[in-house]
Design a protein around this ligand. Structure first.
Ligand SMILES: C[S@@+](CC[C@H](N)C(=O)[O-])C[C@H]1O[C@@H](n2cnc3c(N)ncnc32)[C@H](O)[C@@H]1O
Length: 255
């Protein structure tokens, strides 16, 4: 189960590389880890990643009537929780991802869970250039992908543009706590435990080092909050979970 992705892809997928190369590297990496992505996530997080996704979906307070959009939906793990909620509310879920291939895999997975679910249409797109009409979504959600954004200010402007007045964003991603009790714990977990466990499970250590490096590369929460406010959102806050290991950025487009 060892991966064979060459080292240069992990370098090229990090912020600071020319976007054309970074985009290609991100696509290659995410498409090649797809067969083992869901299982490894479950093992390595002891299933807690699913609780975080549920938390993100529950955080949405519906104040606008439109469908929801799951950005960087990948294999559809966050989308599955949203689907469960939206079916009951009679709303539709739209998905987008850099990779059309992953959108297809996610769509199959969602249909296998529930054949009667609404058709899962999606659009292959970069998160900071979304091919959707203005004011067309009631909420936009995202799980574990913010760190791969190329242009944060551009992404937040796009979110504001495509949301209906009263619409909400809920953006979930991991954090590398830099202070407090969580900092020591996570240094040990990310630096020593996770790479070993990933190795025992047959994952490529480089893939998990890339995950850690990309989490560390996320801008400070205050910068993300300021950028959301700058894009026009109100009631913006960053909520922390599990000793600071995840953040959920929420904000509303004014009515
Ligand atoms: C770690 S997966 C997360 C998938 C899913 N949201 C979840 O909760 O498991 C990251 C996803 O982000 C996508 N992605 C990475 N960079 C992107 C970008 N700049 N724009 C859009 N999608 C991107 C990848 O193709 C991949 O499917």
């Amino acid at each position: 189960m060892q991966t064979k992705e060459p080292d240069h892809l992990y370098r090229e997928a990090m912020p600071g590389q020319p976007w054309a190369e970074r985009r290609k590297a991100l696509l290659t990496l995410f498409e090649s880890i797809e067969p083992r992505y869901d299982r490894l996530n479950r093992y390595l997080s002891l299933g807690i990643d699913q609780a975080w996704r549920r938390w993100a979906v529950r955080s949405v307070q519906v104040e606008a009537p439109g469908p929801w959009l799951d950005v960087a939906s990948g294999t559809g793990d966050l989308a599955a929780f949203a689907e469960d909620r939206l079916r009951a509310e009679g709303r539709e879920l739209v998905r987008s991802d850099l990779s059309g291939f992953l959108l297809g895999v996610g769509g199959e997975k969602l249909r296998a869970r529930d054949a009667s679910a609404s058709p899962h249409h999606g659009a292959a797109a970069e998160m900071d250039r979304l091919p959707f009409q203005s004011a067309s979504f009631g909420a936009v959600i995202q799980g574990f992908a913010l760190r791969h954004c190329e242009d944060y200010a551009g992404f937040f402007r796009e979110l504001h543009r495509i949301l209906e007045p009263g619409g909400q964003v809920a953006l979930l991603d991991m954090r590398y706590p830099r202070d407090g009790f969580g900092a020591g714990f996570y240094r040990l977990y990310f630096g020593q435990i996770l790479p070993r466990v990933a190795g025992w499970l047959g994952a490529d250590r480089k893939a998990y080092q890339f995950m850690v490096d990309s989490v560390v590369s996320l801008p400070q929460e205050t910068a993300l909050v300021d950028a959301l406010v700058g894009a026009g959102f109100e009631r913006v806050e960053s909520r922390r979970g599990l000793l600071g290991a995840v953040h959920l950025l929420v904000g509303w487009k004014p009515r």
